[in-house]
Design a protein around this ligand. Structure first.
Ligand code: FNR
Length: 412
């Protein structure tokens, strides 16, 4: 109600309060290339559209005179209390939407009490993001590398920065078919965006150096490191000038492209997780009820029902529709999160009513970043939470547990 009051009293917010205008303005503020990558989806864009249409097929039924003056939006997830059932999804290559992207997002997350899932393809090392957050909740998202030692190294770093969970994303063993990016002929990674977690990793640096036939360069910019760098570039005839222009040695980018994911990822790999970390394990990208069952059988602590914001498989099932069958399959007590298509507080309400314990927000907060940096991200988060709070007031739900299926009907 504070936000509403400020709005009525004439405070001009950093970002538009509705998603359509937020998106329009973010698009105007972005380069064609950045917009293609961040806003784009797989194939014909059907999954992305369907994610939204799924919300339109449900209607909320308000309840009157409940006397619910104060609402409690907190939820417990994996043993920790969260201010609201909302987290920031891992988003790679954020530098496309603003410099020092992940550190700014980390600060906004801490300022609003929202957990931030650091992307394995982030643009700032996870240690820098964690340092910007104080004690606020952070999780780490892992892409399973072809190099098992790199997997362990990233897990060890996540533990060291106090991550509240290890989120393993399963749906991107290969990159989806993304015509917008293909037509422009460029991906952010080719310019070194999105590989900061790798270039800051000791194991990764060893691999990159070994492949270039050189000893591992030191992280500090010493004369020796510069010499090594120059020596490394000499091993790639014709690429010398590329390397001078590129912020990173070409060898790092190529190593990244070769090993960041393991297309052969199987449940056998995932079965080793329980012995490799003491962190709660969350499997992200689940859409089939059998996969959800399997995840919990394996000892996962939670799953994220997600189609990666419609970026991987075109014409895939809507995330919200998959949520219903996943919840049915795993029973009421399993922790099930959802993302893909959340735009408003009413969407959060709908997802919770259909069985999600909490949701993750993706593109909307990136658009806030594009428009107004840290405060833009904060405003987007606060707006979604404020609308959820008002929706709770108007449906007589005093706390998150009270948001149940009987408050929805199929929309006609
Ligand atoms: C993503 N997503 C993602 N997921 C992940 O596990 N690791 C990652 O590095 C990324 N990178 C990424 C980049 C960009 C630009 C986008 C838009 C998305 C997927 C993300 O975590 C989440 O699943 C979706 O963004 C949720 O959908 P909405 O909210 O964007 O519709």
């Amino acid at each position: 109600s504070t936000i509403y009051r400020q709005g009525v009293l004439g405070r001009r917010p950093a970002v538009p309060a509705d998603f359509a205008e937020l998106e329009r303005r973010a698009r105007r503020a972005s380069s064609t290339r950045a917009w293609a990558y961040v806003a784009g989806g797989a194939g014909e864009g059907r999954t992305m559209r369907r994610n939204r249409e799924a919300f339109d097929r449900w209607a909320i039924v308000p309840r009157m005179a409940s006397g619910a003056v104060d609402r409690d939006l907190t939820v417990e997830l994996l043993g920790a209390r969260h201010a609201a059932p909302l987290l920031l999804a891992p988003v790679g290559a954020g530098a496309l939407m603003g410099t020092d992207s992940d550190v700014k997002i980390a600060r906004a997350a801490a300022a609003t009490g929202t957990a931030y899932v650091f992307s394995n393809q982030g643009c700032n090392p996870m240690e820098d993001c964690a340092a910007a957050m104080g004690d606020a909740a952070r999780w780490f998202q892992l892409y399973w590398s072809k190099d098992e030692q790199l997997v362990d190294s990233l897990i060890a770093r996540a533990e060291a920065i106090g991550a509240g969970a290890l989120v393993v994303t399963l749906d991107t063993t290969v990159l989806g078919w993304r015509p917008q990016d293909l037509n422009l002929g460029s991906l952010p990674f080719s310019r070194g965006q999105g590989i900061a977690q790798y270039t800051s990793d000791p194991r990764f640096r060893d691999i990159a150096a070994e492949r270039a036939g050189q000893p591992s360069p030191k992280p500090e910019v010493t004369l020796g490191a510069i010499r090594t760098l120059i020596a490394m570039t000499r091993n790639h005839p014709g690429r010398f000038w590329d390397n001078l222009r590129s912020p990173l040695p070409r060898a790092s980018v190529e190593t990244f492209l070769d090993i960041y994911s393991n297309p052969g990822l199987s449940w056998d790999h995932l079965a080793t997780l329980r012995d490799r970390t003491r962190l709660p394990v969350v499997l992200k990208g689940i859409l089939h009820p059998d996969d959800a069952r399997r995840a919990f059988d394996l000892g996962a602590d939670a799953v994220v029902v997600s189609n990666h914001g419609g970026r991987q498989v075109d014409n895939a099932v809507a995330s919200l529709d998959a949520l219903v069958s996943v919840r049915e399959a795993v029973g009421p007590d399993a922790t099930v999160l959802l993302d893909s298509g959340i735009r408003t507080g009413a969407d959060v309400f709908t997802a919770l009513a259909l069985g999600a314990n909490a949701v993750l927000l993706g593109r909307p907060y990136m658009y806030g970043l594009a428009l107004a940096g840290q405060s833009g991200v904060e405003d987007v988060i606060r707006n979604v939470i404020a609308e959820l709070d008002l929706t709770m007031a108007l449906t007589g739900t005093r706390d998150i547990a009270a948001i149940t299926r009987d408050l929805l009907v199929p929309a006609v």
